[in-house]
Design a protein around this ligand. Structure first.
Ligand code: ZN
Length: 339
């Protein structure tokens, strides 16, 4: 009998649930708003109702391997207990895994959403394309997520809190961050950071176009800043060069620390790769001697002994796909490594 698994992407705005085969074929999906205002138990109930609905549709002809849930971090793993989630008021200390299992009536696997995205990219994206055993991924969205795959497994660290390079400090007295630190990568390479830096650029008198948008709308999106940069606005181009500078600094540390064959940049902001990548690579060549010694000749050079840094191949649903791959990955690991 063919099998499927169900993945859940628990976002601050949307709750997405979908069934996939191991070969990445999407069978069913449900997307609903995350009813944060109704409270955490209501959100868990919505999630479990959707899982049951999908499972009921498919179970007659296919075997359900399991359910994987991608959650924003920081969270403790494998227990699935949440810490302080900036966009989820009232969820501090919530036993997410326990509560889902109580309502669902079956075990689930919880994973940090950035780790889930890295797993998807490893199994079905650039990791698969290049045939590597390990990779490190940065996901540039509202915040900056990070996931590390070492020797075909998600690297969790002691308590599931490994892979937080998004909160690696790069500027001692830099912009204050939601994590409590200052100058984190997230403050320079997220969509939120691009909007803030664009505002600072306008306030410094360096972009009339951005100033005009702020005067009429009050805010400017990262996508709009990218459009202005593409149209030649120097202030907007400088904002993306700053994104590249800090990505280059962060990747320099990751490359020097990990010496992996592949680093992947994903998330919504990765679509502006052409705007930040030149600066990012220039910083890497200047500041990472491991990168300098192992850089590919050009982007067509696929030498497996070089350090490759590439945009993600999978789109915005990599976290959802990765969550669905968790039960398959666990089953394959159980076969490979009998305990
Ligand atoms: Zn931070």
């Amino acid at each position: 009998m063919n099998s499927f698994s169900i993945g859940v992407d628990l976002g601050g705005t949307n709750l997405r649930i979908a069934a996939f085969t191991r070969a990445q074929e999407r069978l069913e999906s449900i997307a609903i708003p995350t009813r944060l205002e109704a409270g955490k138990y209501a959100v868990v109930q919505d999630m479990c109702d959707a899982i049951h609905e999908i499972a009921k549709k498919l179970r007659g002809s296919l075997e359900l391997v399991g359910v994987g849930v991608g959650s924003p971090g920081p969270l403790q793993l494998p227990s699935g207990k949440l810490y302080h989630l900036p966009n989820f008021p009232g969820w501090d200390g919530f036993e997410l895994k326990v509560e889902i299992e109580k309502v669902l009536g079956m075990p689930v696997i919880i994973e940090n959403d950035a780790n889930a995205a890295a797993l998807a990219e490893f199994l079905h994206g650039s990791g698969k394309q290049r045939g590597v055993d390990s990779l490190c991924m940065l996901t540039l969205g509202t915040g900056v997520g990070n996931g590390i795959i070492l020797n075909r497994r998600v690297w969790h660290g002691m308590l599931g809190m490994a892979g937080e390079a998004g909160h690696g400090p790069l500027e001692y007295d830099g912009a204050p961050c939601g994590c409590g630190g200052r100058g984190c990568l997230e403050q320079y390479a997220s969509a939120t950071a691009v909007s803030r830096m664009a505002k600072e650029t306008a306030e410094a008198g360096q972009s009339e176009a951005i100033a005009h948008i702020l005067a009429t709308r009050g805010t400017v999106s990262a996508r709009r800043v990218a459009q202005l940069a593409d149209a030649g606005d120097e202030g907007a181009r400088q904002v993306y060069r700053t994104v590249g500078k800090f990505l280059g600094l962060s990747l320099s540390q990751l490359v020097n620390t990990l010496n992996l064959p592949l680093y992947v940049v994903g998330g919504g902001l990765a679509s502006s790769w052409h705007l930040f990548a030149p600066t990012m690579f220039a910083v890497l060549l200047r500041d990472s001697y491991v990168y300098r010694l192992t850089a590919p000749r050009d982007e067509l050079d696929i030498n497996p002994l070089c350090t490759h840094i590439v945009p993600a191949l999978l789109g915005s649903e990599s976290g959802l796909l990765g969550a669905a791959m968790l039960p398959f990955a666990e089953r394959e690991m159980a076969v490979a490594l009998p305990s």
